[in-house]
Design a protein around this ligand. Structure first.
Ligand code: ADP
Length: 458
């Protein structure tokens, strides 16, 4: 096996280990981007082997996700496939990192643009997709030639460690994919070390906007490259022209996946007056028919527990705040009898913008419906947020589809579609939902540095 695969063996220092009980002393400055080309067939084939091993072990990996996060097994199986696909996708992208030749007016010069790996990337991930949030970052980083230090969420460390075992089996050399699991108590301290150590060139984070801001502060001192996938407040707009059955199917899919605990989950349903009553009635019927709360390992469960009791308290607070301000509980509305981490899938109508659930991410199984009259009003409500990750709308009017898709202040739009994530497409947000894009042909750029070479004397 060629040794010049990752930047640690291309001249830049590898991560060092501190003696037990002692912290690493930061280096004076971080290493320069590695010499040598970014594109690399050997890295490609190692990533592909890692992907193959994930597929071979998909049932065990799914059980690990359900055990650590509570996610229903069927969803966990879906996550494992989605997660593995990032390794496959970036194994292909690893061979397609191109530079440029630029012709300038100077006849005796040529300008080249090289792409080189950034260096060591610190990867901090959340608990809601314990596997996919890692491979979406690590696949791109390793394909680019970076090495990674992953700090998984304290609630879900096991998928990250299982991935490490499979990376070893795939032949990825030691020191390339590193994992630092930590407790809730020291997550902050470990995060700070990762984000301030000058040896680290890049921070890639998925989590809350509040934590993202803390990490941006940490990153500022040594001017690190950052990618941030932060919170959302996704609007789901149903216009009068929509097909109500399609809209309800999309609403169920986009709201209740992972019990409402994804950053692209619809947070606010904006429904036009003419279709409002039909939509609410059908949505409630379909929720009762299709959503089954239970243990994630039990056949037929579609709604597992929330990640912890704090998450349940937040949903409860959003419901009680809305009801106290005039919202109506159409279905659900309270904790589920199964236990302290369960909440009933809940539909509220007569919701207004003054209620907490209209301007704070719920991250739970609550669907609040706001009635509106005109397209302008819907756009204004949808854009009245300081975040903008995903947005969805249902309409059968082509002119309206273009208008609304262009005006929504979000990074990703679902038109007549409630599930939008795919490895081939760029994932990311605008405003305070983040910086950068993951997946797709763009994702690898987050781990590459451009170097301009002016070649004179020709
Ligand atoms: P949530 O509130 O949904 O748990 P967070 O943004 O707090 O989301 O957590 C996402 C990830 O960020 C987790 O891995 C967590 O350990 C980590 N984290 C939380 N606070 C900090 C911090 N101050 N510094 C570094 N990492 C942190």
């Amino acid at each position: 096996m060629a040794t010049c695969l990752w930047l640690r063996s291309c001249g830049a220092p590898r991560l060092r280990s501190a003696p037990p009980g002692r912290r690493l002393r930061p280096r004076a400055s971080r290493p320069a981007p590695a010499a040598g080309p970014a594109a690399c067939p050997e890295r490609s084939s190692l990533l592909r082997k890692w992907y193959d091993l994930m597929i071979q072990n998909k049932d065990d990996l799914a059980k690990i996700i359900t055990a650590e996060s509570g996610k229903p097994l069927k969803e966990a199986q879906g996550e494992v496939l989605y997660s593995a696909l990032f390794l496959e996708w970036f194994s292909e992208e690893a061979r397609r990192i191109y530079g440029d030749i630029i012709y300038t007016p100077a006849k005796d010069k040529r300008a080249l643009v090289l792409k080189q790996p950034l260096g060591v990337a610190a990867v901090i991930t959340p608990w809601n997709f314990p596997s996919a949030m890692i491979t979406r970052k690590v696949g791109a980083a390793l394909a680019a030639g970076c090495t990674v230090v992953v700090k998984p969420a304290e609630d879900t460390p096991f998928s990250a460690l299982a991935l490490a075992e499979l990376a070893n089996q795939a032949g990825i050399p030691p020191g390339i994919y590193n994992v630092i699991p930590c407790s809730r108590k020291n997550a902050r301290e470990v995060g700070e070390v990762l984000c301030t150590d000058p040896l680290v060139s890049k921070i890639s984070f998925t989590g809350s906007t509040a934590t993202g801001k803390v990490l941006l502060h940490h990153a500022a001192n040594s001017v690190k490259r950052v990618s941030m996938e932060l919170g959302g407040l996704a609007p789901f707009i149903v216009f009068d022209s929509a097909n109500v059955d399609q809209a309800v199917a999309g609403a169920l899919a986009s709201k209740f996946r992972n019990s409402g605990q994804t950053c692209v989950c619809s947070n606010r349903f904006l429904v036009q007056r003419g279709i409002h009553d039909a939509f609410v009635k059908k949505f409630a019927e379909e929720m009762k028919k299709n959503l089954h709360v239970g243990n994630g390992f039990e056949e037929g469960t579609t709604q597992g527990p929330l990640i912890n009791e704090k998450a349940v308290e937040k949903v409860e607070k959003h419901v009680s705040d809305a009801v106290s301000k005039g919202a109506t509980v159409v279905t659900g509305g309270k904790r589920h009898q199964l236990g302290k981490n369960f909440f009933e899938p809940t539909l509220l109508s007569n919701v207004t913008q003054e209620m907490l659930c209209s301007h704070e991410e719920t991250f739970g199984p609550l669907a609040p419906v706001i009635k509106f009259n005109t397209e302008e009003e819907a756009i204004a409500i949808a854009n009245a947020a300081d975040v903008g990750l995903a947005g969805y709308f249902y309409s059968q009017d082509p002119a309206q589809i273009w208008r609304v898709a262009e005006q929504l202040e979000v990074g990703m739009v679902g038109v007549n579609e409630g599930l939008i994530s795919s490895v081939e497409c760029p994932f990311g947000g605008v405003k305070q939902s983040g910086l950068g894009r993951e997946g797709s042909k763009y994702g690898i750029d987050e781990y590459l540095e451009l170097k301009y070479v002016c070649y004179g004397g020709l």
